[in-house]
Design a protein around this ligand. Structure first.
Ligand SMILES: [Zn+2]
Length: 1029
């Protein structure tokens, strides 16, 4: 799935996204939200459980562990310990009190890569130590007894809940909707039954917005059992038969599970068939089998129905075993009116006229085993263009009036399909590949096997579209096509390893199209996010549906892609990595894998060039959150490297002992070649002669940040001031990124940051200029939101000052070079947002020409955003722009107009577009995250957006699931530029009041951390800023 922060469809959007940061709430914080987190995580059990146990556990059952004790002890174990306490801890361990270990086994802290303490000399403990130890053991023993006798009691505002009489080892079964016991008590389905094939018959009624269905599941019994447990959500089952006998289907709604109980055991090795008939409404959100509509060129409303099943919504369209590891084949039949057409994963096999006047289309049975989240079908009246590419029929579909915008997608898909067939050395396995632009679609795109669905903006481009717009379309297609191998052919076993799908598809997207600049800035943003305490390991525990949704974040996508780049760059040739992944795809074709399977495949093809194997090296990057800060100490020709966790935290007591196996590269002034070594804790090596400067992480292919020390930074600044091209533009951009990050960490002063800016008047390359603009703009936005208007306006002037020549060199004519377009649009957009007179004048006159010509004079695509934003900010032209928006059919232009409209400061207009977006009337609801993130660029807009979110939270989470990327975007947009205690208190108060309506989302923790970090940075640096400005 493509679900990243590409609300802003053009790549330069990253200039307006903000840097994040900071330290996560531990379980035991004194603040309110922290407490609520504890309460919720401890009492999230379903309200309707009963105190009964179900007999006959099968091997699927796992033992429950009393959670309260685990969390409480964690609080203890997390405190910093002095030496005496450490002695005590080891004594406690000797006495079998292993709970301290257990307490730290939580999530990302469970890394095997811990710093090894130097061996201690064997000495007798002091008497003080002994006394402290004894006291400590007494306390621990007392607490253990308390916890033992009060297993369900925790210290919360609500007091101690009533003791639970159930033996905690036994699962507690919930009650089904019909009052009977539901025979399963876990999120994950039992492993006793394997579905083999599904026959699906669907009868959608696009007039009534309902559908009926019949699902036949053929399955095999792997372990004897007397229940079948599977998924279903919002389906009303009207009839169910098992091997020709009627059966009752039980439903447990909170986990969207269905079950059938049997009095006699189903025996292992048996095959059986479960048939269900059901009816349901189309989903009115953007997942499941949902209805969508658009206004055609004659002004008529057209309806269609489409699916979006990833991650957990196939169960909303048909009863199924809705986990990625339950692969099966699918035979799909859909009935329709004669005026519609249907599409599904496979080619159509036949169409039959039904007695009710409808037509039933039957698709070929899937030739591959497929996970349920990849099933797809569409009922619409689309048209297509088509082409045969190496035996695969490739078609691009759109609504009829946009068929002229499909040509580019067909051309690029054909090229990419041939590229991937060759690169992976495995041919795309299906006979056809459809790409469909859906008018109302939340994610950017979805890789359903053989039927990839897109937003119109990510698939359709006209002849007049800019190269940047074409680049976005090419990127999304490259990403989704890569999934046909990574994800569809070989699938992660469970959502904890989502990065195997998304990290790879993201990596292949940049690699196949050679989009270096874009990938570089994407890696910087991934570092920013991963520096927070609220980040997570690439491969991490996923135990709730919200956590599944939250996996679709920049750690799975961008960090995943970044570590693959780092691994590839650490191989001596470019073929070794490719050979390894071909090996992996061939070995696991049609199967499910986890992260270790990938590393093992790559280890086997690795020639013995590394000091350690791929698996050893890479596990340190996937099993723990964050990344290392490498500190360089250069003395003559001797280089010493040390590493520590780069953890942004507003709480100075937080330390981690994480370590990484880092493939290190460097360049220096005496020889500009790249050296590679791999180090774990610290390393010292000698250069052949003395050097004046040294730059680590050549081209920034490694996922780490480097501190060169005061002298090291000065030497680099000096060298660049003499000649910028002593370093590659990637290296220059990474120096800028790293020094701002170190300033956030408090490791360098803002004065040092400003020193590096000295070389900046010489800089002309896109990536370093854009990175510096982004960083400075972030500070400017924070000052503006603190109402430091004096500082903010002086910063405005200075932001453009050193780059004056670059700003004034930009033209407003057609530009052919993508990188220059990227730079130009970023620079002009910034100049206009800083009210540069020349810029706003040019933009205003271009808008007037465009309006007067009735759209026949085109605005160059890369300048459209700047022009529409200037038009949207002016009261005279806002209504004209709104009118254009309502009538525009070309979607990428339409979105830019919408961003222009959302950048107004006029309160009435802000309310108008927000409420229109919420209603989904003139503005589609899918655009709300885009509207909010645009509004949040200004002080007034952000205040409105924040009020809107608080007032409409429940409606928002109805439309966008808790934890989903849309919700993540909304929360980040509205909080990431806040930097005062008052703003922090407000955000904290609102989210802590949400309880199960989203208070535990990772993005909420991230937001709170970010504000605290912003606050601390401002506290430290406001005096310097005042002096500088
Ligand atoms: Zn994807």
């Amino acid at each position: 799935m493509w679900s990243r922060q590409r609300d802003c469809v053009d790549p330069r959007c990253h200039i307006r996204n903000t840097v994040l940061s900071t330290q996560g709430a531990k379980y035991f914080t004194s603040d309110i939200s922290g407490l609520n987190m504890i309460e919720n995580s401890m009492f999230e059990e379903e309200p309707d459980v009963v105190d009964l146990t179900f007999p006959a556990l099968d091997p699927d059952e796992v033992t429950y562990e009393p959670r309260s004790s685990r969390l409480l002890v964690r609080g203890l174990g997390e405190n910093d310990m002095d030496d005496d306490e450490e002695d005590c801890e080891s004594s406690a361990r000797l006495l079998g009190m292993s709970f301290m270990n257990r307490s730290s086994a939580h999530r990302s802290n469970s890394s095997p890569y811990t710093r090894q303490a130097p061996p201690r000399s064997c000495s007798r403990p002091s008497s003080r130590t002994i006394v402290v130890c004894v006291l400590f053991l007494v306390i621990v023993a007392s607490m253990t007894m308390v916890l033992y006798f009060l297993p369900a009691c925790t210290f919360t505002k609500a007091g101690c809940p009533k003791p639970n009489k159930t033996n905690p080892i036994e699962p507690v079964y919930p009650i089904s909707t019909n009052g009977e016991l539901f025979p399963w008590a876990q999120l994950r389905l039992p492993q006793s039954i394997k579905p083999l094939s599904y026959d699906l018959t669907l009868n959608p009624d696009l007039d009534k917005m309902t559908f009926t269905g019949r699902t036949v599941i053929n399955m095999s019994i792997l372990h004897s059992t007397n229940r079948i447990v599977f998924h279903g959500a919002n389906l009303s089952i009207t009839k169910a038969t098992f091997m020709a006998s009627d059966v009752t289907v039980l439903e447990y709604k909170p986990r969207q599970q269905l079950a059938v109980n049997f009095s006699e055991e189903l025996k292992a090795g048996q095959y059986c068939v479960l048939t269900m008939e059901y009816s349901a409404n189309f989903s009115n959100t953007y997942d499941g089998f949902y209805n969508s509509s658009y206004i055609d060129k004659d002004g008529n409303k057209r309806v269609l129905a489409a699916t979006q099943f990833e991650p957990l919504s196939a169960r909303k369209a048909f009863p199924c075993f809705d986990e990625p590891a339950f692969k099966a084949t699918f035979l799909i039949k859909i009935s329709r009116k004669k005026t519609y057409m249907t599409l599904s994963n496979m080619p159509k096999a036949k169409s039959t006229n039904l007695s009710n006047g409808l037509v039933q289309d039957e698709f070929e049975k899937t030739s591959v085993n497929m996970s349920t989240y990849l099933v797809a079908f569409i009922v619409a009246n689309f048209t297509s263009i088509t082409k045969n590419v190496s035996g695969t029929q490739v078609s691009v579909y759109s609504v009829p009036e946009k068929i002229g915008h499909t040509e580019y997608a067909l051309t690029i898909t054909s090229k990419l399909l041939e590229f991937y067939n060759n690169f992976f050395d495995i041919n795309y396995p299906l006979k056809k590949l459809d790409l469909v632009a859906i008018p109302d679609f939340l994610a950017g795109a979805m890789e359903n096997w053989g039927l990839i669905t897109f937003r119109e903006t990510t698939l359709l481009v006209g002849n007049e579209s800019s190269l940047l717009e074409k680049q976005v379309v090419a990127s999304v297609i490259a990403h989704e096509l890569a999934h046909q191998w990574f994800g569809n052919l070989v699938t992660m076993r469970w959502w904890n390893d989502l990065w195997l799908n998304e990290g790879f598809a993201t990596y292949m997207e940049y690699m196949s199209l050679q989009e270096g600049n874009l990938f570089l800035s994407v890696r910087f943003r991934a570092l920013d996010k991963d520096a927070l305490s609220s980040s997570h390991a690439v491969s991490t525990d996923v135990n709730t549906t919200e956590q599944v949704e939250e996996m679709f974040d920049s750690v799975s996508y961008e960090k995943g892609a970044s570590i693959l780049l780092m691994l590839n760059a650490s191989f001596p040739g470019d073929q070794q990595f490719r050979k390894g992944i071909i090996e992996y795809l061939k070995q696991f074709s049609g199967l499910n894998t986890d992260t270790d399977d990938l590393w093992n495949s790559l280890t086997q093809t690795d020639k013995p060039t590394h000091h350690m194997n791929v698996s050893q090296m890479m596990t340190s990057w996937t099993s723990q959150k964050g990344f290392p800060l490498v500190t360089v100490n250069l003395m003559g020709n001797q280089v010493t490297l040390t590493q520590e966790h780069f953890l942004l935290t507003s709480d100075n007591t937080t330390h981690t002992s994480s370590l990484w196996n880092i493939p290190v590269t460097y360049v220096n002034d005496s020889f500009l070649s790249v050296f590679m070594c791999l180090f774990v804790f610290s390393d010292t090596f000698k250069l052949s002669k003395n050097v004046t400067w040294l730059k680590l992480n050549y081209k920034s292919t490694g996922f780490y940040i480097v501190d060169y020390g005061k002298d090291g930074w000065s030497a680099l600044t000096e060298a660049l001031s003499k000649n910028v091209s002593v370093l590659t533009h990637e290296d220059r951009a990474s120096l800028i990124h790293n020094i701002f990050a170190l300033s956030r960490l408090g490791r360098v002063t803002f004065r040092q940051v400003l020193n590096l800016q000295k070389y900046f008047s010489l800089e002309t390359e896109t990536s370093p200029v854009m990175e510096a603009l982004l960083q400075l703009n972030n500070i400017y936005r924070q000052l503006e939101k603190r109402q430091e208007s004096n500082l903010a306006s002086r910063m405005k002037v200075l932001n453009s000052h050193p780059r004056n020549s670059i700003f004034t060199n930009q033209t407003w004519d057609k530009e052919e070079n993508v990188s220059k377009q990227e730079l130009r649009s970023a620079l002009l957009e910034m100049a206009c947002s800083l009210n540069d007179e020349n810029c706003t004048h040019q933009a205003t006159s271009l808008f007037k020409k465009y309006k007067d010509s009735n759209g026949t004079i085109r605005i160059p695509g890369d300048l459209q955003q700047t022009v529409f934003t200037v038009a949207g900010q002016s009261d005279e032209t806002w209504d004209t722009l709104f009118n254009m928006y309502v009538h525009a059919t070309y979607d990428s232009e339409k979105r830019k107009m919408l961003k222009g409209l959302a950048s107004t400061q006029n309160p009435q207009r802000l309310v108008q577009i927000l409420s229109s977006g919420l209603r989904g009337s003139l503005i589609q609801t899918q655009e709300l995250p885009l509207i909010i993130s645009t509004m949040c660029q200004s002080f007034a807009g952000c205040l409105f957006a924040w009020d809107f979110i608080q007032e409409n939270w429940d409606r928002l989470i109805e439309k966008f699931p808790i934890g989903s990327f849309a919700i993540q975007t909304i929360i980040k947009s509205v909080t990431s530029q806040s930097s005062t205690q008052a703003q922090l208190n407000k955000v904290q108060a609102f989210f802590s009041g949400l309880k199960e309506r989203g208070s535990q989302m990772r993005s909420v923790q991230e937001a709170l951390e970010t504000i605290k970090l912003n606050r601390d940075w401002m506290d430290r640096n406001l005096p310097t800023l005042r002096r500088w400005l």
